[in-house]
Design a protein around this ligand. Structure first.
Ligand SMILES: Cc1ncc(COP(=O)(O)O)c(C=O)c1O
Length: 418
């Protein structure tokens, strides 16, 4: 009897271990050949996950060295602002470190409600919802606002979060060539007039820095009975009155049905928002899974975003400084013969057209004390690799000049420019 029990449990252990080995083995088997990152590590040019040991400003500290930061999305230059840091600290003291639940149940603070009210007003919409990231706004909102029998039409360079939101929706998914209004119209022509058709577009394209053709898209909206959602992740704090974004810049806020934004760039925090008419927002508030089934943004993050919004509204000189330094950088890169595409924003793409050279430029720039980001597929087409040089309102012309000169030397050495 004792022997039987012993054998039985031994058998169970063997089966259990066997299962573990098979399970772990399957994944290990599949991923042991994934060695792309290692190739670049071995070549000494791997450009990701580089640790910063200071605040995110125009200069950051990395491995004990000061590096000029041109890889940030902090266009307003507010991430180290003492007023924002103090607002976050006060919220931390008053409300604690987290909300321990979703907005739907126990995670709503008066701070969230106030920020939503202020953002709705800022964006010229009836209502607004705050999410814990910008990604979860796009992923969640697109999944619910259009469904079976509807159509969702995107620019083929829209952000990954729009692509993922589109995939989560049961609507028919279509996309048009980047900023090609003829292609968009050719698609719209084929769709039923009465069906719900949502055009979703980045206001500012995050890698190339060009703007969507909103006036033309609005014309097509009327011609083919569509709705429009604009992602203002890179528009807020950069374009429009007091940095309201690209919709405001074009004077077309009322024509855009939904405006999405994030706190992770100009608003010096983390989180995101969707603004629109009261009925659509009411529907999203009660159905959107990334809103209902995910914890709300932290008190500190919410307070920081709100303080950044107040500063944005009260300090127009910040926007002026951003545009002054942006114009300077655009002019200097053009003078030096860089290919910078159609950018019209503080995001300046410096085209390399070669993945290996893109990594090499990033590494050589870093060694010269300049932080820039490499952009390779899937963030761009394989033939369009680039390094992304982005400005903040707090950059000085002297800092930009140092960046331009370092990059000119590297691009010439690698024969990317003459
Ligand atoms: C155009 C665009 N939309 C959405 C997002 C997602 O925003 P977040 O960083 O707040 O998740 C980003 C961030 O990179 C973005 O560039």
């Amino acid at each position: 009897m004792i022997k039987n029990v012993y054998l039985c449990s031994l058998y169970n252990v063997v089966v259990y271990l066997h299962l573990i080995i098979i399970k772990v083995g399957q994944l290990q088997e599949r991923y042991k050949s994934y060695r792309e990152p290692q190739k670049f590590m071995e070549a000494g040019v791997y450009p990701y996950f580089r640790a910063i040991t200071s605040k995110q400003g125009t200069e950051v500290e990395m491995a004990g060295q000061k590096v000029l930061m041109f890889g940030s999305n902090a266009y307003t230059g507010l991430t180290g602002d003492e007023r924002i840091i103090n607002a976050a600290k006060e919220a931390l003291d008053k409300y604690g470190s987290g909300c321990a639940g979703s907005r739907f149940l126990n995670g709503t603070l008066d701070l969230h409600v106030q920020l939503e009210k202020e953002l709705a007003e800022f964006e010229g919409k009836e209502d607004c919802l705050c999410f814990s990231t910008g990604f979860s706004v796009n992923a969640g909102v697109l999944a619910v606002v259009v469904g079976r029998g509807d159509y969702i039409i995107c620019d083929d360079r829209d952000h990954a979060s729009i692509v993922d939101g589109r995939r989560l929706s049961f609507a028919k998914q279509l996309h048009y060539k980047h900023n090609d209004m003829e292609d968009l119209e050719n698609i719209l022509k084929t769709l039923p007039k009465e069906a719900v058709k949502l055009i979703v577009v980045d206001g500012v394209f995050s890698m190339e820095g060009d703007l969507c053709k909103l006036p033309e898209i609005v014309e097509l909206k009327h011609k083919y009975n569509c709705s429009i959602m604009v992602d203002e992740a890179h528009g807020v704090g950069v374009f429009g009155r007091e940095g309201r974004g690209v919709c405001d810049h074009f004077g077309l806020t009322d024509e855009v049905d939904l405006i999405m934004g994030t706190f992770s760039k100009s608003l010096a925090s983390i989180g995101g928002f969707i603004a629109g008419d009261a009925d659509t927002i009411n529907f999203i508030r009660h159905t959107c899974r990334t809103y209902i089934f995910s914890a709300s943004d932290t008190p500190a993050a919410t307070a920081a975003a709100m303080e950044a919004l107040h500063i944005l509204k009260s300090e127009p000189e910040r926007l002026e400084a951003l545009w002054k330094v942006t114009k300077y950088a655009l002019r200097r890169f053009r003078e030096e013969g860089f290919e910078i595409g159609d950018t019209e924003s503080p995001i300046i793409p410096l085209y390399v057209h070669d993945i290996d050279k893109t990594f090499l430029v990033t590494k050589m720039a870093f060694d010269a004390g300049v932080f820039i980001n490499p952009v390779i597929p899937p963030a761009c087409a394989p033939q369009d690799t680039l390094v992304r040089f982005a400005l903040m309102a707090s950059h000085t012309e002297e800092q930009v000049e140092r960046g331009v000169q370092a990059l000119t030397k590297i691009f010439k050495e690698l024969e990317i420019i003459k």
